[in-house]
Design a protein around this ligand. Sequence first.
Ligand SMILES: [Zn+2]
Length: 106
Amino acid sequence: MQEQKARLHRELADAREELARLEEKLAHRPDLGIGEGGPEIFEWELNLALRERVQAKIASLEDALRSLEEGEYGICERCGAPIEPERLEILPDTTLCIKCAQKIRY
Ligand SMILES: [Zn+2]
């Protein structure tokens, strides 16, 4: 469990760093008035989408850390079964077991 916690903290730190980098890039919005919008606009929009993804990642990592504190880490939130350790290895912030994740996806 300690190892799992350290890993979540590490991933959270990485995600926050990434977010800070993106915020910096997004601080200067390119001028939309020129023509159809050049590669700067495209990159800006890409960073905007990336920021959303990183923010969602941070939220789910924070959730995972909270459930770790509460002793509910690694429990599928849909069926209540323990999540496969191999799955947690790859997706430490997942809240679904393999079966439920597949049901949701299809
Ligand atoms: Zn499940």
